[in-house]
Write a protein that binds this ligand. Structure first.
Ligand code: YH5
Length: 271
């Protein structure tokens, strides 16, 4: 049985640690994360109790430059190989079929796609593997998605889109039992949209797939507490905890240690 399947069968929320592939601003001039830094980060996230390590080589922030297939592979492959040797359960954050196909030759158990397998060849790349896939809702495209997003009913629209993507996956040989869904906090949504999705998160259970939630350090957290990124940790952990109490199964976070502690507390009371 796959390790992720085993993890998903446990009655608790899983913590997915985000591995940034670009160096911190305070480290030296290299464009990509050094192997020694990446090793340290993966090791500390695993030590802190991360269940899954999410490796991504494309920035989806508004205005971020597009990344070529060759460049994304250059960033992601060394980290995938490294995480594999460290015995981590690995997820890769990508929308490109070419990246999916390459990483799925390694022990990658989850493809995390903010474009929900809508890029050319992506459905096929996942269908030809046994990996799980996370289908995320996004309205519009990264460059322009935060430009006055509008919904008549954000929860039903997100639900309908995810339901359509699940159907498309099933029609292309990706069974529902390896699909994870994600409302895509901050992807074409303002604070009120994000709040409504969080408030009504349980409605997404009707899709009958585990729910992944990513709110860590995002703009919505900054708007709620009026703080810049370095001061968003506690509020991010609270938001992730709220999501877990509403049944989110995977929490995608930067602050693994603190989120794992929060989950230990609620798991003691809840189950
Ligand atoms: C997600 O929600 N998000 S990348 C802006 C920030 C902080 C963080 C302004 N990949 C998700 O993490 N995959 C990303 O500060 C994701 N769900 C899934 N499944 C954006 C991100 C971030 C953006």
């Amino acid at each position: 049985m796959s390790r992720l399947k085993q993890l998903l069968e446990q009655p608790k929320a899983l913590v997915m640690g985000i591995l940034n592939t670009t160096p911190d601003s305070f480290s030296d001039g290299g464009r990509y994360l050094k192997t020694s830094d990446a090793t340290n980060r993966i090791e500390s996230m695993l030590n802190d109790g991360a269940d899954i390590i999410d490796i991504g080589g494309e920035s989806t922030r508004p205005g971020a430059p597009e990344v070529s297939l060759a460049e994304e592979l250059d960033r992601v492959m060394p980290l995938v190989e490294l995480a594999e040797t460290m015995d981590a359960v690995v997820s890769v954050d990508t929308s490109k079929a070419g990246v999916m196909t390459e990483v799925l030759k390694h022990q990658v158990e989850l493809i995390n796609d903010v474009r929900a397998l809508q890029s050319e060849g992506a459905l096929d790349a996942v269908a030809q593997s046994e990996a799980y896939v996370c289908l995320m809702h996004m309205k519009g495209l990264p460059r322009t998605m935060q430009n006055k997003p509008h919904y008549d009913d954000v929860v039903s629209e997100v639900q309908a889109m995810l339901s359509n993507r699940i159907a498309e996956c099933e029609a292309n040989g990706i069974e529902r039992n390896r699909i994870i869904v994600d409302p895509g906090f901050g992807f074409g949504k303002n604070l009120e949209h994000n709040a409504q999705l969080m408030r009504q998160l349980t409605e997404l259970h009707s899709l009958d797939c585990p729910i992944l939630v990513g709110v860590s350090r995002k703009t919505m957290i900054g708007q709620i507490i009026d703080q810049e990124i370095p001061e968003r940790m506690v509020a991010s952990v609270v938001a992730a905890t709220y999501a877990a109490l509403k049944g989110a199964k995977i929490l995608r976070v930067h602050d693994v240690k603190e989120t794992v502690q929060a989950m230990k507390v609620i798991n003691t009371f809840e189950y």
